[in-house]
Design a protein around this ligand. Structure first.
Ligand code: NAD
Length: 348
């Protein structure tokens, strides 16, 4: 039995990644679509064999309540709309898979968690990297301390964009610039790999004042995070650098370097290990899997087996809390302490 998904928002991610991935899922299938554009809605519905009575607008969205075929609503809208559509979806009695970043403020994240709890529905944030095999391998090796204790992480996620009218460059819709959109991968993946929570952040934010792309949202953000074990992570994100998406984890007796770490595919992992005076380098090869299909099937399994998803609402809330501290640090030009949070289940 496959769990039925309604996709909300028919933009790039839905059309190019999520709908094709759903066709390959073992436990998930697309059964409904929600869009503000009626022509696109009909066209995509025909392409994926979705019944016309299962096509909704943002206004008729709440009628999903009466649709027994839909168990999950997957929210793939601009960031500022995540909270509203999650809350309305939970009230319609559906489980929610919500794209990253979870929302634009800690208050919105909390309201989303509360709404899902009140309706007794599950909430998962779509952190696809947590389901990607190379990143999972690095996490397992680092936490087993294969090459000794981790000491430094350095993580970059950069891309270039050109359209100042796109919602990603409008603060009210995007919440911020490079940080919540792509820097978030450095933040979330570092927390995921280390299995611990930062206790302090220190950050720098900058935008070229002459570039219309960055009138409202930041172009660059770099930040350091200090972890209770002593690990220091150095992270950077840029909206005006050609694709750079890699990280390194440096440990007492070696390290891991993951190229294309946050890409949809093409990860390349190199490990190096001290063997006496010699450094042994190795390319690790793992069978790639479609991250979107993995992520949706994991959520469907949580619903079928009544389990708690491990990239749940608390995970999105914690990232939002840290991002707010990052902006505060840059604004006030000082390190910001974070509340101490124990990981309930570090190694999973
Ligand atoms: P997009 O601009 O391609 O699509 C957004 C969709 O929302 C469009 O179909 C648009 O018509 C619709 N929309 C509704 N109201 C809108 C409004 N007021 N302004 C603009 N668009 C409006 O964006 P996308 O790249 O598909 O991103 C959608 C979400 O998915 C974002 O939250 C983004 O962060 C996330 N995302 C995640 C990944 C990932 O790898 N997990 C990758 C890309 C995007």
């Amino acid at each position: 039995e496959r769990v039925g998904y309604a996709l909300v928002g028919l933009g790039h991610l839905t059309l190019e990644e999520i709908l094709p991935a759903l066709s390959t899922c073992r436990k998930s299938k697309s059964v409904a679509l929600v869009s503000g554009n009626p022509e696109k809605l009909q066209k995509v519905a025909r392409q994926y064999g979705i019944k016309s009575e299962n096509c909704f607008s943002y206004e008729t969205y709440d009628q999903l309540k009466d649709n027994a075929e839909v168990q999950v609503i997957y929210i793939v809208l601009p960031n500022s709309m995540h909270a509203e559509f999650t809350i309305r979806g939970a009230r319609a009695g559906k489980h929610i898979l919500c794209e990253k970043p979870m929302a634009n403020s800690v208050a919105e994240c909390q309201a989303m968690i509360d709404a899902c709890q009140q309706s007794n529905r599950k909430l998962m944030i779509a952190y696809r990297i947590q389901y990607e095999p190379y990143n999972r391998y690095v996490r397992e090796q680092v936490q087993k301390q294969e090459f000794g204790k981790p000491k430094f992480v350095d993580a970059y996620n950069c891309q270039s964009s050109a359209n100042p009218r796109h919602w990603r460059h409008i603060k009210a819709l995007a919440g911020g610039g490079a940080l919540p959109d792509i820097g978030l991968y450095c933040l979330n993946t570092t927390r995921f790999i280390l299995g611990e929570e930062p206790v302090e952040v220190s950050a720098y934010v900058h935008s070229d004042p002459d570039n219309p792309l960055f009138r409202e949202v930041e172009e660059v953000c770099t930040w350091q995070m200090k972890f209770p074990s002593g690990v220091i992570a150095q992270c950077a994100t840029h909206y005006n650098v050609h694709e750079a998406r890699q990280y390194r984890v440096m440990t007492e007796r070696g390290g891991y370097e993951l190229a294309q770490a946050y890409a949809y595919s093409g990860q390349k992992l190199t490990t190096s290990r001290a063997d006496g005076a010699i450094v042994r380098q190795e390319q690790v090869s793992i069978t790639p899997k479609n991250q979107f299909a993995m992520e949706m099937d994991v959520f469907s399994a949580c619903i079928l087996e009544d389990k708690v998803p491990y990239s749940g609402g608390e995970e999105g809330l914690q990232d939002q809390r840290i991002m707010e501290a990052i902006y505060q640090s840059a604004r006030e030009r000082r390190p910001i302490p974070l509340p101490i949070i124990e990981k309930k289940d570090a190694f999973r």
